[in-house]
Design a protein around this ligand. Structure first.
Ligand code: XBP
Length: 241
């Protein structure tokens, strides 16, 4: 097995986006006249549900079951669309820095001829906004494959989005490394057969990451030769397919 591609999760892995997502949810609630407010503690729990619409559904069903019948999928989608617009305005206006080492590792991987890909439960337009605002010009072309929320029937921790990206990449899972920040993302990637490195984000730092190739604070010190060594070592201990 040879390392041929790196597949990055987006939210929390490329950048600390979740505070912007949380603020956008809260602003959308206020604009809709709802007295809901997600503080950091509640949002940390809600992050165990992948995908914004699914997160809203989970919150309504569990925190306010009496009003759940008033919230059909269409109404949730409308509220979520407003949240998405607000999130994108925040990124467009304020920008958001990439996490340490992300760009450097991507550049080293590209120079070495590895393919890059993105696999996320957030929507494609949010990914495009981050690529435009937080990456150098033209970075969209760096990615041989991108799979987003719209591409997956089931959100993380289901493996769907990773399976889609692997199909688009046309590289076997064993020849890739996924980079994730969260337990549900690790579960999704591992279920798709991917050796997975974890760089916990501010919201996921306390989670368990059993089954990860390695857990690093961030990607700042990670050189490609070290990543190749981790990947190779995982291959030697993996059960035969
Ligand atoms: C993280 C998520 C996302 C965002 C919200 O995605 O769970 O759902 O919190 O995104 P990932 P939307 O780590 O896979 O990038 O509201 O746009 O769904």
């Amino acid at each position: 097995m040879t390392l041929k591609a790196l597949i990055f999760d987006v939210d929390g892995t490329l950048a600390e986006t979740e505070e912007a997502h949380r603020a956008a949810f809260n602003d959308a609630f206020a604009a809709a006249g709802l007295d809901w407010r997600w503080d950091r503690e509640r949002y940390a729990e809600l992050l165990h549900v992948g995908g914004g619409r699914e997160r809203l559904r989970h919150f309504i069903d569990n925190a306010m079951p009496a009003s759940a019948p008033q919230w059909d999928d269409e109404r949730i989608a409308t509220l979520h669309a407003d949240k998405t617009a607000r999130y994108q305005r925040m990124i467009a206006e304020d920008g958001l820095p990439l996490r340490p080492g992300v760009l450097r590792l991507m550049e080293e991987a590209r120079q070495a001829g590895l393919a890059l890909a993105l696999a996320t439960t957030t929507s494609r337009s949010n990914v495009d906004m981050l690529l435009t605002k937080s990456f150098p010009d033209g970075a969209r072309a760096w990615f041989a494959a991108i799979a987003a929320g719209e591409d997956a029937t089931h959100k993380k921790p289901a493996p769907d989005v990773y399976e889609v990206v692997l199909e688009r990449l046309e590289v076997p899972a064993r020849d890739c490394v996924a980079v994730e920040d969260a337990r549900i993302g690790l579960e999704a990637a591992v279920a798709a057969g991917l050796p997975t490195l974890v760089t916990p984000s501010t919201y996921t730092a306390g989670e368990e990451f059993d089954g990860a190739l390695a857990v690093l604070d961030n990607l700042a010190g990670l050189r490609l030769d070290r990543l190749r060594a981790l990947h190779g070592a995982a291959g030697r201990t993996a059960p035969a397919p």
